[in-house]
Design a protein around this ligand. Structure first.
Ligand SMILES: *Cc1c(COP(=O)(O)O)cnc(C)c1O
Length: 380
């Protein structure tokens, strides 16, 4: 079935007696038992709620997973996944991760006895070299944030498998519409559902998708125990957002490509990072492993003053953290999304005081270009 049809109808929209076209919000904390030892299939909403289940089944279907779990935020999803590991375990990670993920690994997991080696996962021999006897997982984002480096998913999956380690992929930037890591050998996919899956900058959510039943049971037990579950109304909002995933992403990608091309022609732009540009070093790899390039662009300006001038003068594009929604947003990774990363690591990756990250929304492209132009050239 076409992914657009799956986005709209999920696995099998359960119709109730009223004929409601959309799945209802079961705003209930608990469910009455029909009798001793009997359950309707639902007992308590932390364990499962029909509205959340509807969403989870849709996400599992889109990501080609065995099961999906909907969490209260992307960080809640990542935190739950990390409970799979024990003191003494080692994990190889991308050296260009979302700042909050980096913070969680270093502030929470290291304290609990898990160690990490950060490498450029776009370079498979670096990944290979970092694998140890006690390596239990490889954790990557591709494309990476904010430097847009692409990792060869099948290649890294092979290395992880050879070492009996799990491959965990944060698929927030491309979503299953453009990239399906489980098809390429990943064992766990995580998402900040707050971004493209929600798509409207109005709800926090996270997902964990797994490729096998054993992992599904383990993570569901962790989730039921730790309790960072997605509320019924938020589950409903995510189900609604996902219905338009395809049309939003096609339009966002179209805008992103036009923005990236235009930025590349401006004298005040030093460098543009967008994986959909044929001159991007990983363009061929993206063509092979993904179904699209997404709508995230980073670029460096000529001076720090210029970067700040843009942030302070954009009018349609909003100066805000986050990404993926229908509203275009621009952010300053150095002090916002990546503030938790030590300065020397940040600078080595190119996250400097002239780097901006732009999430293309679905506004009219001429308005977006004009907004960037007037902000960059603003003299007030
Ligand atoms: C935003 C983000 C997260 C964290 O998700 P929240 O929903 O904000 O908790 C994790 N990974 C990536 C790539 C993100 O962009």
């Amino acid at each position: 079935m076409d992914i657009n049809t799956q986005c709209i109808h999920g696995k099998n929209e359960r119709n109730d007696a009223t004929g409601a076209v959309t799945f209802p919000i079961y705003q209930t904390a608990t469910f009455a038992h029909p009798g001793m030892g009997h359950s309707t299939g639902y007992d308590y909403s932390r364990t499962q709620n029909p509205t959340r289940q509807q969403l989870e089944e849709t996400v599992a279907l889109l990501e080609k997973g065995v099961g999906a779990i909907a969490c209260a935020s992307g960080m809640a999803a990542i935190t739950a996944v990390m409970e799979l590991f024990s003191p003494g375990d080692h994990i190889v990670i991308s050296d260009d991760l979302y700042g909050g993920t980096y913070r969680s690994f270093h502030k929470i997991n290291e304290k609990n006895g898990i160690s990490f080696t950060a490498v450029n996962t776009s370079n498979l021999s670096e990944v290979n070299r970092a694998m140890q006897e006690n390596t239990r997982a490889v954790y990557i984002e591709t494309p990476s944030n904010p430097m847009m480096q692409v990792t060869d998913l099948a290649g890294v999956a092979k290395i992880a498998k050879e070492h009996q380690a799990l491959l965990i992929v944060d698929n927030t930037f491309l979503t299953p519409y453009f990239q399906r890591p489980i098809e390429l050998g990943a064992n766990i996919v995580v998402h900040s559902g707050t971004k493209y899956l929600c798509g409207h900058n109005d709800t926090l959510a996270g997902f964990i998708v797994v490729d096998n039943e054993v992992l599904n049971r383990k993570i569901r037990e962790i989730y039921n125990t730790t309790g960072a579950c997605l509320a019924p109304i938020d589950s409903w909002l995510l189900t609604r957002g996902i219905k338009t995933l395809g049309v939003r992403l096609e339009r966002q990608q179209e805008n992103a490509l036009a923005l990236a091309r235009w930025l590349g022609q401006q004298s005040w732009v030093e460098k543009v990072y967008y994986i959909g540009l044929p001159e991007h070093p990983d363009y061929e790899l993206s063509m092979r492993q993904s179904y699209g390039f997404g709508a995230m662009i980073s670029f460096t300006t000529d001076t720090q003053e210029r970067a700040i001038r843009i942030l302070e003068h954009v009018e349609i594009i909003q100066f805000a953290e986050s990404l993926g929604g229908v509203e275009s947003l621009i952010t300053y990774p150095m002090t916002q999304t990546h503030a938790a990363i030590p300065q020397e690591i940040r600078e080595a990756k190119g996250i400097n005081d002239r780097l901006l990250r732009l999430s293309a929304g679905i506004e009219g492209i001429e308005d977006l270009l004009e907004d960037l132009r007037q902000a960059a050239e603003n003299r007030t």
